[in-house]
Design a protein around this ligand. Sequence first.
Ligand SMILES: Nc1nc2c(ncn2[C@@H]2O[C@H](COP(=O)(O)OP(=O)(O)O)[C@@H](O)[C@H]2O)c(=O)[nH]1
Ligand SMILES: [Mg+2]
Length: 430
Amino acid sequence: MTTFDTICAPITAPGGAVSIIRLSGPEAWEVAASTFKNFPSQPESHRAYYGQFSNGDDGLVLVFAKGHSYTGEESAEFNTHGSPASVATLIALLERNGARLARPGEFTERAFLNGRLDLSQAEAVNDTVRAMTDRQLSLANELREGGLRSAITGASEFLISALAAIEASVDFSEEIGEVDPILLQQRINQASEILTPLIINGHEGRFIREGIRIAIVGPPNAGKSSLLNRILGVNRVIVTDVAGTTRDYVEETCILGGLQCNLIDTAGLRESDDKVESLGIQRARAIAAKADLIWYVFDASIGLSEVDQNELAQFSASVVLIANKADLGESTVGIPISTYTGTGIDQLVMQLKKWSGDVSGIVPNRRHVEHLQSAVNSLSAVTDGINANHPPDLLVTHLRSALHELGLITGETADQDLLQRIFRDFCIGK
Ligand SMILES: Nc1nc2c(ncn2[C@@H]2O[C@H](COP(=O)(O)OP(=O)(O)O)[C@@H](O)[C@H]2O)c(=O)[nH]1
Ligand SMILES: [Mg+2]
């Protein structure tokens, strides 16, 4: 078992009336006692005590016994005033009394290292804290409650049993004879039946989970910026009847139809001699190339031009044609909208919901899907090996590699590097 030092950090965002500072580690209560005047000599877990801090402030301390805290370690949480001074002086006191400022994600990393959570649950803590939409929250909750962990554990058990059968047949071939290929294949299938739907869910739930990057592109003066403003409900971007008003891109996050959307308004696509506008148009094309979805806005009273057709042919992402200024005219193609009257916006949102798809059950993240895919590939190799009568040690290699990939999801086979990469993404205090 690793031994840890005692760490502290604010676990609430600055700016509120109250801040919470967490202290965790083997000396948490000792440090708390020298920082908080009324700290009881025999504190009771999950109890709050009121008193004064040595910085002159007053507040509550919440006590958690070892084995019963978020990190699994002895912990204490100070509720203090939210001012920058209250927090800074209290942190300084804790440091002076023997604690160290926690790194981003370090509390959750300890929870993982102490076996309170597996890696998929630890990652889901970050998802939970960052969730913007109801769906993101419920997906995060499912993972955090161990949905993926138990699925992976279940699949691993089938593979371990397959592995044990092969290894026994190799070690004691005289006694137990050849391993039964039908039984072996059955175990592989049982594992695949758990893993494959998870991969599908990872793909199908991607936009619900991660949000959607939508590039708003099209010819100048079509109403791209007006559309962004209409959706945001504020005049975020300058709108004029001068073609080429928007030069740089403008990115805003919002929730549309229950989906997190990054809307990026861009410079109108056209030939331009203006240096700044040309750079903006270059950016617009680059943004369109990286978007999940393109909203191609054109003026319904003008219709789609040949220039538009040429632009459209360049895009690789899915494109939604939006015929704006429906109040001025009708177009034969595209979703008719008017940013003036607001007609058609509902239809646009409905299209978005349909396009982003739906999913139920556990939705693994991209990292999980990569490892799930590698594991399933290894299992296919086992099947091929069984059919081709490959020697057992070859089958063992593929099985072990599948198990290794699954272990990277739960963290069982994760090395320091991977852990660092994951927890680095967390904010301080998580
Ligand atoms: N009639 C009408 N005019 C619009 C509509 N949306 C935008 N406009 C006008 O079209 C012009 C260009 O709008 P803007 O949003 O700057 O277009 P962008 O260049 O594509 O960003 C402005 O004068 C807007 O007021 C609409 O739905 N109907
Ligand atoms: Mg514009």
